[in-house]
Design a protein around this ligand. Structure first.
Ligand code: NDP
Length: 295
Protein backbone atom coordinates (compact mmCIF):
# COMPACT_ATOMS: atom_id res chain seq x y z
CA UNK A 1 0.00 0.00 0.00
CA UNK A 2 1.05 3.58 -0.60
CA UNK A 3 2.51 5.35 2.44
CA UNK A 4 0.30 7.89 4.17
CA UNK A 5 0.08 11.41 2.84
CA UNK A 6 1.71 13.92 5.17
CA UNK A 7 -0.64 16.54 6.60
CA UNK A 8 1.77 19.46 6.70
CA UNK A 9 0.86 21.69 9.63
CA UNK A 10 3.87 23.91 9.25
CA UNK A 11 2.99 24.79 5.68
CA UNK A 12 -0.73 25.13 6.40
CA UNK A 13 -0.02 27.40 9.37
CA UNK A 14 2.12 29.61 7.14
CA UNK A 15 -0.70 29.93 4.61
CA UNK A 16 -3.13 30.82 7.40
CA UNK A 17 -0.72 33.41 8.84
CA UNK A 18 -0.52 35.05 5.41
CA UNK A 19 -4.32 35.15 5.19
CA UNK A 20 -4.47 36.71 8.66
CA UNK A 21 -1.82 39.32 7.83
CA UNK A 22 -3.79 40.34 4.73
CA UNK A 23 -7.01 40.68 6.76
CA UNK A 24 -5.24 42.74 9.41
CA UNK A 25 -3.90 45.18 6.87
CA UNK A 26 -7.35 45.45 5.25
CA UNK A 27 -8.83 46.28 8.66
CA UNK A 28 -6.08 48.75 9.49
CA UNK A 29 -6.56 50.56 6.17
CA UNK A 30 -10.34 50.65 6.53
CA UNK A 31 -10.83 51.60 10.18
CA UNK A 32 -7.37 52.21 11.61
CA UNK A 33 -7.63 49.38 14.14
CA UNK A 34 -4.92 46.79 14.83
CA UNK A 35 -5.74 43.67 16.90
CA UNK A 36 -4.05 43.38 20.30
CA UNK A 37 -3.18 40.30 22.34
CA UNK A 38 -2.21 40.43 26.03
CA UNK A 39 -0.18 37.54 27.43
CA UNK A 40 0.27 36.98 31.17
CA UNK A 41 3.14 34.75 32.25
CA UNK A 42 3.67 33.88 35.91
CA UNK A 43 6.89 32.29 37.12
CA UNK A 44 9.98 31.22 35.21
CA UNK A 45 9.23 27.85 33.65
CA UNK A 46 11.47 27.56 30.61
CA UNK A 47 8.88 25.83 28.41
CA UNK A 48 6.25 28.46 29.22
CA UNK A 49 8.70 31.28 28.47
CA UNK A 50 9.46 29.66 25.10
CA UNK A 51 5.75 29.34 24.25
CA UNK A 52 5.14 32.99 25.17
CA UNK A 53 8.13 34.14 23.11
CA UNK A 54 6.88 32.17 20.09
CA UNK A 55 3.39 33.61 20.44
CA UNK A 56 4.79 37.13 20.62
CA UNK A 57 6.94 36.57 17.52
CA UNK A 58 3.95 35.15 15.66
CA UNK A 59 1.87 38.22 16.60
CA UNK A 60 4.55 40.52 15.24
CA UNK A 61 4.78 38.53 12.00
CA UNK A 62 1.11 39.19 11.17
CA UNK A 63 0.77 42.72 12.60
CA UNK A 64 -0.96 42.00 15.93
CA UNK A 65 0.16 44.21 18.83
CA UNK A 66 1.24 42.11 21.78
CA UNK A 67 1.29 43.19 25.41
CA UNK A 68 3.26 41.00 27.77
CA UNK A 69 3.15 40.84 31.55
CA UNK A 70 5.77 38.78 33.39
CA UNK A 71 5.09 38.18 37.05
CA UNK A 72 7.41 36.39 39.47
CA UNK A 73 6.65 32.89 40.75
CA UNK A 74 5.63 34.33 44.14
CA UNK A 75 3.10 36.82 42.71
CA UNK A 76 -0.35 36.67 44.27
CA UNK A 77 -3.59 35.61 42.64
CA UNK A 78 -4.92 39.14 43.27
CA UNK A 79 -2.10 40.64 41.20
CA UNK A 80 -2.94 38.36 38.28
CA UNK A 81 -6.64 39.16 38.63
CA UNK A 82 -5.87 42.89 38.61
CA UNK A 83 -3.97 42.59 35.30
CA UNK A 84 -6.81 40.56 33.81
CA UNK A 85 -9.35 43.15 34.92
CA UNK A 86 -7.29 45.98 33.40
CA UNK A 87 -6.95 44.10 30.11
CA UNK A 88 -10.69 43.32 30.14
CA UNK A 89 -11.31 47.09 30.23
CA UNK A 90 -8.60 48.03 27.70
CA UNK A 91 -10.10 48.61 24.22
CA UNK A 92 -6.69 48.06 22.56
CA UNK A 93 -6.66 44.48 23.85
CA UNK A 94 -8.87 42.01 21.96
CA UNK A 95 -7.47 38.81 23.38
CA UNK A 96 -6.17 37.78 26.81
CA UNK A 97 -4.10 34.70 27.35
CA UNK A 98 -2.91 33.40 30.70
CA UNK A 99 -0.06 30.97 30.10
CA UNK A 100 -0.67 27.66 31.91
CA UNK A 101 0.34 26.01 34.15
CA UNK A 102 0.07 28.60 36.91
CA UNK A 103 2.08 28.26 40.13
CA UNK A 104 0.42 25.82 42.51
CA UNK A 105 -0.62 28.50 45.03
CA UNK A 106 -2.98 30.02 42.48
CA UNK A 107 -6.50 28.88 41.70
CA UNK A 108 -6.58 28.29 37.96
CA UNK A 109 -10.37 28.24 37.91
CA UNK A 110 -10.69 31.71 39.48
CA UNK A 111 -8.18 33.12 37.05
CA UNK A 112 -9.65 31.61 33.87
CA UNK A 113 -13.16 32.65 34.98
CA UNK A 114 -11.96 36.26 35.29
CA UNK A 115 -11.08 36.61 31.59
CA UNK A 116 -13.92 38.35 29.75
CA UNK A 117 -15.59 35.81 27.44
CA UNK A 118 -15.31 38.39 24.64
CA UNK A 119 -11.51 38.28 24.96
CA UNK A 120 -11.10 34.57 25.78
CA UNK A 121 -9.00 33.77 22.70
CA UNK A 122 -7.76 30.55 24.33
CA UNK A 123 -11.35 29.36 24.62
CA UNK A 124 -10.82 28.12 28.18
CA UNK A 125 -13.67 30.03 29.83
CA UNK A 126 -16.37 27.59 31.02
CA UNK A 127 -19.05 29.61 29.20
CA UNK A 128 -17.27 29.15 25.90
CA UNK A 129 -16.74 25.43 26.53
CA UNK A 130 -20.36 25.10 27.67
CA UNK A 131 -21.64 26.72 24.50
CA UNK A 132 -19.40 24.44 22.45
CA UNK A 133 -21.09 21.46 24.10
CA UNK A 134 -24.65 22.67 23.48
CA UNK A 135 -26.78 22.18 20.40
CA UNK A 136 -27.77 25.46 18.75
CA UNK A 137 -25.27 27.57 20.69
CA UNK A 138 -22.09 29.17 19.40
CA UNK A 139 -18.98 29.68 21.51
CA UNK A 140 -17.25 33.03 20.98
CA UNK A 141 -13.92 31.17 20.81
CA UNK A 142 -12.79 27.56 20.50
CA UNK A 143 -9.49 26.55 22.05
CA UNK A 144 -6.62 26.74 19.64
CA UNK A 145 -5.17 23.22 19.52
CA UNK A 146 -8.44 21.36 18.82
CA UNK A 147 -9.48 24.10 16.41
CA UNK A 148 -6.16 23.62 14.61
CA UNK A 149 -6.80 19.87 14.33
CA UNK A 150 -10.18 20.43 12.67
CA UNK A 151 -8.76 23.15 10.43
CA UNK A 152 -6.17 20.65 9.15
CA UNK A 153 -8.93 18.13 8.36
CA UNK A 154 -10.85 20.83 6.46
CA UNK A 155 -7.89 22.09 4.50
CA UNK A 156 -6.94 18.55 3.50
CA UNK A 157 -10.55 17.85 2.44
CA UNK A 158 -11.06 15.06 4.95
CA UNK A 159 -14.78 14.37 5.22
CA UNK A 160 -15.94 14.39 8.85
CA UNK A 161 -19.72 14.07 8.52
CA UNK A 162 -20.95 10.55 9.27
CA UNK A 163 -17.43 9.24 9.99
CA UNK A 164 -16.34 7.34 13.07
CA UNK A 165 -13.86 9.43 15.05
CA UNK A 166 -11.86 8.42 18.10
CA UNK A 167 -10.25 11.03 20.33
CA UNK A 168 -7.60 9.67 22.67
CA UNK A 169 -7.36 11.94 25.73
CA UNK A 170 -10.06 13.99 27.48
CA UNK A 171 -8.30 17.08 28.84
CA UNK A 172 -10.22 20.36 29.02
CA UNK A 173 -7.84 22.04 26.60
CA UNK A 174 -7.44 19.38 23.89
CA UNK A 175 -9.27 16.05 24.05
CA UNK A 176 -12.70 17.17 25.21
CA UNK A 177 -13.08 20.21 22.92
CA UNK A 178 -11.68 18.15 20.00
CA UNK A 179 -14.40 15.53 20.60
CA UNK A 180 -17.08 18.25 20.85
CA UNK A 181 -15.92 19.86 17.61
CA UNK A 182 -15.96 16.54 15.74
CA UNK A 183 -19.46 15.88 17.06
CA UNK A 184 -20.60 19.33 15.89
CA UNK A 185 -19.30 18.37 12.45
CA UNK A 186 -21.52 15.26 12.52
CA UNK A 187 -18.90 12.62 13.24
CA UNK A 188 -19.79 9.76 15.60
CA UNK A 189 -17.28 10.19 18.37
CA UNK A 190 -15.73 7.90 20.99
CA UNK A 191 -13.34 9.13 23.64
CA UNK A 192 -10.54 6.90 24.88
CA UNK A 193 -8.89 7.77 28.23
CA UNK A 194 -6.70 6.20 30.88
CA UNK A 195 -9.51 3.98 32.20
CA UNK A 196 -10.66 2.73 28.81
CA UNK A 197 -10.54 -1.06 28.34
CA UNK A 198 -9.16 -2.29 25.03
CA UNK A 199 -8.24 1.16 23.65
CA UNK A 200 -6.69 -0.52 20.59
CA UNK A 201 -9.98 -2.19 19.61
CA UNK A 202 -11.90 1.06 19.90
CA UNK A 203 -9.28 3.06 18.05
CA UNK A 204 -9.30 0.49 15.23
CA UNK A 205 -12.89 1.48 14.43
CA UNK A 206 -11.92 5.05 13.66
CA UNK A 207 -11.87 6.74 10.27
CA UNK A 208 -10.37 9.76 12.04
CA UNK A 209 -8.06 9.58 15.07
CA UNK A 210 -7.04 12.56 17.19
CA UNK A 211 -4.41 11.53 19.73
CA UNK A 212 -3.78 13.91 22.67
CA UNK A 213 -2.32 11.82 25.45
CA UNK A 214 1.28 12.74 26.17
CA UNK A 215 2.66 9.19 25.87
CA UNK A 216 5.38 8.73 23.24
CA UNK A 217 4.45 6.30 20.43
CA UNK A 218 1.51 4.84 22.37
CA UNK A 219 -0.71 4.33 19.34
CA UNK A 220 0.77 1.47 17.33
CA UNK A 221 0.23 0.52 13.70
CA UNK A 222 -2.00 -2.37 14.80
CA UNK A 223 -4.44 0.12 16.43
CA UNK A 224 -5.20 1.74 13.09
CA UNK A 225 -7.80 0.87 10.51
CA UNK A 226 -6.26 0.89 7.01
CA UNK A 227 -6.94 4.25 5.39
CA UNK A 228 -7.65 6.15 8.61
CA UNK A 229 -6.62 9.80 8.98
CA UNK A 230 -4.46 10.59 12.00
CA UNK A 231 -3.97 13.90 13.78
CA UNK A 232 -1.22 13.52 16.39
CA UNK A 233 -1.31 16.27 19.03
CA UNK A 234 1.30 14.74 21.34
CA UNK A 235 4.62 16.50 21.86
CA UNK A 236 6.91 14.21 23.84
CA UNK A 237 10.66 14.57 24.35
CA UNK A 238 12.50 11.24 24.14
CA UNK A 239 16.20 10.69 24.72
CA UNK A 240 18.30 10.81 21.56
CA UNK A 241 22.07 10.71 21.91
CA UNK A 242 22.50 11.62 18.23
CA UNK A 243 20.68 14.91 18.64
CA UNK A 244 22.69 17.97 19.73
CA UNK A 245 20.11 18.67 22.45
CA UNK A 246 20.20 15.07 23.68
CA UNK A 247 16.51 14.57 22.94
CA UNK A 248 14.03 14.73 20.10
CA UNK A 249 10.27 15.23 19.96
CA UNK A 250 7.86 12.44 19.05
CA UNK A 251 4.08 12.22 18.97
CA UNK A 252 1.62 9.95 20.73
CA UNK A 253 1.39 7.87 17.55
CA UNK A 254 4.20 5.61 16.39
CA UNK A 255 4.78 7.42 13.11
CA UNK A 256 6.84 4.73 11.35
CA UNK A 257 4.18 2.08 11.89
CA UNK A 258 1.15 4.33 11.47
CA UNK A 259 2.31 5.89 8.22
CA UNK A 260 2.24 2.43 6.63
CA UNK A 261 -1.44 1.90 7.52
CA UNK A 262 -3.08 5.33 7.56
CA UNK A 263 -4.08 7.31 4.48
CA UNK A 264 -2.86 10.61 5.98
CA UNK A 265 -1.01 11.63 9.13
CA UNK A 266 0.46 14.71 10.80
CA UNK A 267 4.18 14.63 11.63
CA UNK A 268 5.63 15.63 15.01
CA UNK A 269 7.07 18.24 14.97
CA UNK A 270 5.50 20.20 12.12
CA UNK A 271 1.91 19.02 12.48
CA UNK A 272 -0.49 20.38 15.06
CA UNK A 273 2.04 22.54 16.93
CA UNK A 274 2.32 25.36 14.37
CA UNK A 275 -1.46 25.25 13.85
CA UNK A 276 -2.09 26.03 17.52
CA UNK A 277 -0.36 29.39 17.25
CA UNK A 278 -2.02 30.15 13.91
CA UNK A 279 -5.43 29.59 15.55
CA UNK A 280 -4.50 31.93 18.40
CA UNK A 281 -3.77 34.66 15.85
CA UNK A 282 -7.00 33.84 14.04
CA UNK A 283 -9.04 34.05 17.27
CA UNK A 284 -7.42 37.40 18.10
CA UNK A 285 -8.30 38.78 14.66
CA UNK A 286 -11.88 37.47 14.97
CA UNK A 287 -12.17 39.18 18.34
CA UNK A 288 -10.95 42.54 17.02
CA UNK A 289 -13.31 42.32 14.04
CA UNK A 290 -16.22 41.53 16.35
CA UNK A 291 -15.35 44.34 18.77
CA UNK A 292 -15.37 46.88 15.94
CA UNK A 293 -18.14 45.27 13.91
CA UNK A 294 -15.76 44.97 10.96
CA UNK A 295 -16.83 42.44 8.33
P1 NDP B 1 -3.26 15.92 29.76
O1 NDP B 1 -2.19 15.25 30.52
O2 NDP B 1 -4.03 17.04 30.36
O3 NDP B 1 -4.33 14.81 29.30
C1 NDP B 1 -3.92 13.57 28.82
C2 NDP B 1 -5.13 12.71 28.55
O4 NDP B 1 -4.65 11.45 28.09
C3 NDP B 1 -5.98 12.45 29.77
O5 NDP B 1 -7.34 12.60 29.43
C4 NDP B 1 -5.65 11.01 30.15
O6 NDP B 1 -6.74 10.28 30.66
C5 NDP B 1 -5.28 10.42 28.82
N1 NDP B 1 -4.38 9.27 28.98
C6 NDP B 1 -3.27 9.19 29.76
N2 NDP B 1 -2.71 7.98 29.67
C7 NDP B 1 -3.48 7.27 28.81
C8 NDP B 1 -3.44 5.96 28.33
N3 NDP B 1 -2.46 5.11 28.68
N4 NDP B 1 -4.40 5.57 27.46
C9 NDP B 1 -5.38 6.40 27.10
N5 NDP B 1 -5.47 7.67 27.52
C10 NDP B 1 -4.54 8.09 28.38
O7 NDP B 1 -2.58 16.36 28.38
P2 NDP B 1 -3.00 17.46 27.29
O8 NDP B 1 -4.33 17.15 26.73
O9 NDP B 1 -2.74 18.82 27.80
O10 NDP B 1 -1.88 17.18 26.19
C11 NDP B 1 -1.76 15.94 25.55
C12 NDP B 1 -0.52 15.93 24.65
O11 NDP B 1 -0.65 16.95 23.68
C13 NDP B 1 0.81 16.23 25.37
O12 NDP B 1 1.83 15.48 24.71
C14 NDP B 1 1.03 17.69 25.13
O13 NDP B 1 2.41 18.03 25.14
C15 NDP B 1 0.47 17.84 23.76
N6 NDP B 1 -0.03 19.19 23.46
C16 NDP B 1 0.28 19.72 22.24
C17 NDP B 1 -0.17 20.95 21.86
C18 NDP B 1 0.17 21.44 20.50
O14 NDP B 1 0.12 22.63 20.26
N7 NDP B 1 0.50 20.59 19.55
C19 NDP B 1 -0.98 21.78 22.76
C20 NDP B 1 -1.36 21.11 23.99
C21 NDP B 1 -0.87 19.86 24.31
P3 NDP B 1 -7.47 10.63 32.08
O15 NDP B 1 -8.36 11.77 31.78
O16 NDP B 1 -8.19 9.38 32.38
O17 NDP B 1 -6.36 10.96 33.05
Amino acid sequence: DAPAKIIDGKYTAKVIREEIAAEISRMKDAIGIVPGLAVILVGDRKDSATYVRNKKKACESVGINSYEVNLPENATEEEVLKFISDFNDDPAVHGILVQLPLPSHMNEQNILNAVSIDKDVDGFHPLNIGRLAMRGREPLFVSCTPKGCIELLHRYNVEIKGKRAVVIGRSNIVGTPAALLLQREDATVSIVHSRTKNPDEITRQADIIIAAVGKPNMVRGSWIKPGAVIIDVGINPVEDVDSPRGYRLVGDVCFDEASKVASAITPVPGGVGPMTIAMLLSNTLTSAKRAHNFK
